[in-house]
Design a protein around this ligand. Structure first.
Ligand code: ATP
Length: 206
């Protein structure tokens, strides 16, 4: 099974990294890909350029062969729709199961995503529990796709909704950006190499 973890990564932090590593082990994935979004259609645009966000991702995973970066959304023009990303991954890997991981906060807005129901044609959606975010009430579409049996994920290429509790790390990129703007030190919330890069390039100062 292949795992996909999308985000703006503005900047990448230990909440993302720990979650990605943890789900790789929990689901026995052959690969987990971090996919930075170029122009996220469903939220405010990132504070720093795609090049800087990609560089920070590269620094964050350079000593972790377990975590891969997939930069296809940065190479595509227009809004970074996840449905397009999953379609292109599916075209490359055949029928192998794909797990799309999203936090509870992202899942609560899933119905605003472009062709959101179509996502289930290309991947299973795995919702990761996240501190401070309550889960929305499930609609009938979600209930129809809900699975409580992990083995069903390996048996089908796509189409299931599964909830996975993971270690709770109360870290958000918003808080890190705010700390940097206020000249506070976000050390130990993100890798030192990423923080050094942010300081060298004077990112997030306003
Ligand atoms: P922002 O504060 O700018 O919204 P973020 O910290 O939520 O950023 P994103 O890049 O928007 O980070 O998130 C990408 C994905 O990672 C989303 O699915 C989000 O739910 C998930 N995620 C972010 N932080 C955590 C965390 N601490 N624990 C688990 N999942 C997380």
């Amino acid at each position: 099974m292949l795992g996909v973890f999308g985000g703006t990564f503005d900047p990448i932090h230990y909440g993302h990294l720990r979650s990605a590593l943890e789900v790789k082990d929990i689901f026995g994935l052959i690969e987990i890909r971090l996919i930075p979004s170029a122009q996220p259609p469903h939220r405010a645009q990132p504070s720093v350029s795609a090049e800087n966000r990609l560089k920070m991702l590269e620094l964050a995973v350079e000593d972790h062969a377990d975590l891969k970066i997939d930069d296809r959304e940065l190479k595509r023009l227009g809004p970074s729709y996840m449905i397009d990303t999953l379609r292109s991954i599916r075209a490359e890997i055949g029928t192998q199961p794909v797990l799309l991981f999203i936090g509870t906060d992202a899942f609560n807005h899933l119905m605003t995503w472009h062709e959101w129901q179509g996502l289930f044609n290309y991947a299973h959606i795995i919702v990761l529990t996240r501190p401070n975010y309550a889960l929305q009430t499930l609609n009938s579409f979600f209930i129809a796709h809900l699975s409580k049996d992990k083995t069903e994920l390996a048996q089908n290429s796509a189409g299931k909704l599964y909830f996975q509790p993971i270690r709770q790390l109360d870290i958000s990129a918003t808080e890190i950006r705010n700390m940097l703007t206020e000249h506070k030190n976000p050390g130990f919330l993100l890798p030192d190499k990423v923080l050094t890069y942010i300081r060298q390039h004077q990112l997030y100062l306003r």
